[in-house]
Design a protein around this ligand. Sequence first.
Ligand code: GLN
Length: 485
Amino acid sequence: MHNKSLSELSLLLRQRECSSVEMTRYFLDRIENDNRLLNSFITVTPDVALRQAKVADERIQSGNAETLTGIPLAHKDIFCTQGVKTSCGSKMLDNFIAPYNATVVEKCQAAGMIMLGKTNMDEFAMGSSNETSYYGPVKNPWDTKTVPGGSSGGSAAAVSARLTPIATGTDTGGSIRQPAAFCGITGLKPTYGLVSRYGMIAFASSLDQGGPLGHSAEDVALLLNVIAGFDARDSTSLNHPKEDYTKHLNDNLAGLKIGLPKEYFSEGLDPEVFKVLEAARSELEKAGATLHEIHLPHTELAVPIYYIIAPAECSSNLSRYDGVRFGHRCNNPSDLTDLYKRSRAEGFGAEVKRRIMIGTYALSAGYYDAYYLKAQKIRRLIRDDFVAAFKQVDVILGPTTATTAFKIDEKVDDPIAMYLSDIYTISVNLAGLPAISIPAGFVNQQPVGLQLIGNYLNEAQLLNVAHQYQQRTDWLMQNPLGIAG
Ligand code: GLN
């Protein structure tokens, strides 16, 4: 059962070969058996899941089920879930039971999907390896000595190890795509504003975007159908007409123009990863696409300016955790200042503190113009690079990451090395574009991700290209070691 696609699972349910309660129990058992090793869940919610599954079974019986009714999923622990702990990977929120559901959670529930639990993540989504989580690192199912990527590493590992058929994640600078690449699955970061941020705990509001992590482009398209859509409660939500993202999956790629940014295939890219991408490129050529060299000249500025803008926004967003209104409160404060100081000192981990300090510095009166304002201007140039590129090509192809998954502990003490590992993913968030990472092969039995970047609201085309590639290759059929084929 765990190797089935969402459409296959949906068919099992509709043909009554399996009930949602049985399917849910099956995945809860898998979590019970394997999660101790992987640490991919912070909270497992069997009671909620089985209750929702019973309701889903009744809905299927009564004949008004939707495609994903009765199918289990896991939510990144950044999405507020009513009555269920929502920690955002932080000690600060270890005691936080959300009083309401995020729009994404609400939409999944309305579609009749079953919540198995909440997945592990880097603290407040700040990280590329899941090692900043208060709940300990997640292990990569392909090699448990390596990281699963971050910050949605719990979701990626859980999908990869087939503990859940699909999961949600968020991507501020690569946090859906990079873990998808490291764990050998498919992850889509939608256009900024396509998926509501309401109830998604804020890290850097102008960059944060929720999206699906699943095995295939088709699975990801099905979940996107559920979670995309205008939300009046999110002031940056796009009022874009509802689309069926599965509609163009089978379109022919003849005539498709694929751009290859020179800056993405240069120094720094592992030569073995490069070879995998070369093979993928020719596969797409065989499918009828043409390849064109393009330029994204401001690429090298993306990481430095992201690490001004994201910390600036985070320093503002995280000021709400004061030990009074939210989260952890220190014991026996001597006065209000002591309460603020010690609650924040005890509640936040080292990476979060580093970013709050960088952000506060960059926004301070004397440095605002030199850092924050300058970064915003460069952000516009990065966006303009893409706008120019999309006048020449339909989609852009590149690596998701420069290497395969690195070892746990390898980069924890070197924040700059960790930050640089996001080089290929961050520009997309700065520009607000959609992008997908899909499995494209292996280097030393570790998965390699291929990234496709689309023009604004061009998710359907990205999913089409990804699906066509996945029809022609069998990377999706491979499972991490120890997981039955
Ligand atoms: N790794 C990046 C960071 O630490 C991106 C994180 C994310 O996308 N949430 O900021």
